[in-house]
Design a protein around this ligand. Structure first.
Ligand SMILES: NC(=O)c1ccc[n+]([C@@H]2O[C@H](COP(=O)([O-])OP(=O)(O)OC[C@H]3O[C@@H](n4cnc5c(N)ncnc54)[C@H](OP(=O)(O)O)[C@@H]3O)[C@@H](O)[C@H]2O)c1
Length: 342
């Protein structure tokens, strides 16, 4: 697209996507959400960022997930999203559901991370400026802070909504008992938790084991699964080596080469074969497996290219599993399943 041609979203963008209600709220979000943790920072050309973001919105992905620290460098993903707002998405603001978070390190000193009111409010104000927004649709406490009274963190979320800086609130990676407390506190303060965000996929079953998936449903919140592809492991990316430029190939990557053990490769190849029997890619089967669960509101994917995004969207075409298929997945994945917290 020439820089001078204004972006016009595809006219049939809502016909291709499925929208799921977040718990007992009034809000529906797309079954596939695009996350900007990696691939949208200062190391990615803006043309690539724009191409992926436009493709997503044209395909009905109206929910974009950010955080203050997404980059690299921290803040860069929000800045690039702000550039997208200015150059293409502004006319569609009311059609967009934009989330951000605070919890991890953003700036030095005692107020640059965790869960104090001081940090959360400063961070949200910075995020709004970077993203060129008046408000976010959803603000998350990005991680539980064991040293701050939970009431302080949660009251900050409630007040953000009262001040119109966020429409809804959510929590991410909270341990079970803190989540129980948070659901109740937020409900009592008339700002019910919209979404619980955690990593959940064929390999990582921690949220199932710790009752977090079921807990969100019992509390009327939705559940959004981040890293549903286990950062690319649950795709064909690493079945035959570590490709140049892949997440695992990068230095200081969040995806260590050490995970690619012979047992992991054998299980991934087995899962790939099961996916093919279903007429799906491994990535598609991994996403379908999550979307088949009634508690899962959306799968929160990452993508470094339009081709990946396109592949992943294909998951929506087949989210039904026979008992036999489910059992075969369990059996094949058994040696690589994780149930503990990292
Ligand atoms: N709340 C939290 O604490 C937290 C933590 C982590 C993530 N998140 C959220 O979750 C989002 C997604 O996380 P994630 O990026 O780890 O998700 P993911 O979907 O599990 O992994 C995405 C990566 O897998 C590879 N990939 C994706 N589709 C592929 C395909 N069809 N074929 C081959 N490879 C494919 C790409 O890696 P390559 O770079 O190798 O191409 C892509 O960057 C983040 O952006 C963020 O919004 C939240």
């Amino acid at each position: 697209m020439s820089q001078h041609t204004p972006y016009a979203a595809s006219a049939d963008r809502y016909g291709k996507m499925q929208y799921n209600r977040c718990g007992r709220s009034g809000v529906r979000i797309p079954a596939v959400t695009l996350g900007l943790w990696q691939n949208f920072g200062s190391q990615t050309p803006f043309d690539t960022i724009r191409e992926i973001a436009h493709y997503a919105f044209d395909a009905g992905i109206c929910h974009f997930d950010l955080a203050n620290n997404y980059g690299p460098v921290p803040g860069a993903a929000e800045e690039n999203f702000g550039k997208l707002m200015q150059t293409s998405f502004r006319p569609y603001r009311d059609e967009l559901f934009i989330s951000t978070k605070a919890g991890y390190l953003m700036w030095p000193g005692p107020y640059g991370e965790w869960g104090s009111r001081k940090y959360l409010f400063s961070s949200l104000d910075q995020s709004l400026k970077r993203m060129k927004l008046d408000y976010v649709d959803l603000f998350y406490s990005h991680r539980y802070d064991p040293d701050t009274p939970l009431e302080e963190t949660l009251q900050a979320l409630v007040d953000m909504v009262r001040q119109g800086k966020a429409l809804y609130v959510g929590i991410s990676r909270y341990p079970h008992d803190a989540a129980v407390f948070a659901y109740q506190y937020l409900r009592e303060n008339k700002t019910p938790c919209l979404l619980f965000q955690d990593r959940y996929n064929i390999i990582d079953r921690m949220p199932e084991k710790e009752d977090l998936v079921q807990l969100s449903a019992r509390n009327g919140a939705g559940f959004i699964s981040f890293s549903p592809l286990q950062q690319g492991l649950l795709t064909d990316r690493y079945l035959n080596g570590i490709p140049e430029g892949s997440r695992m190939s990068r230095s200081g990557s969040s995806l260590s080469r050490n995970v690619l053990t012979p047992a992991m490769l054998e299980a991934l190849r087995g899962l790939d074969a099961l996916a093919r029997q279903r007429g799906q890619s491994l990535a598609q089967m991994a996403l379908s497996w999550l979307l088949a669960k009634p508690e899962v509101t959306s799968v929160l994917i990452g993508a470094s290219s339009v081709a990946q995004l396109k592949d992943n969207l294909g998951a929506l075409a087949n989210t039904a599993f026979s008992e036999q298929e489910k059992a075969a997945i369990e059996q094949t994945a058994a040696p690589i399943i994780i149930t503990g917290r990292d």
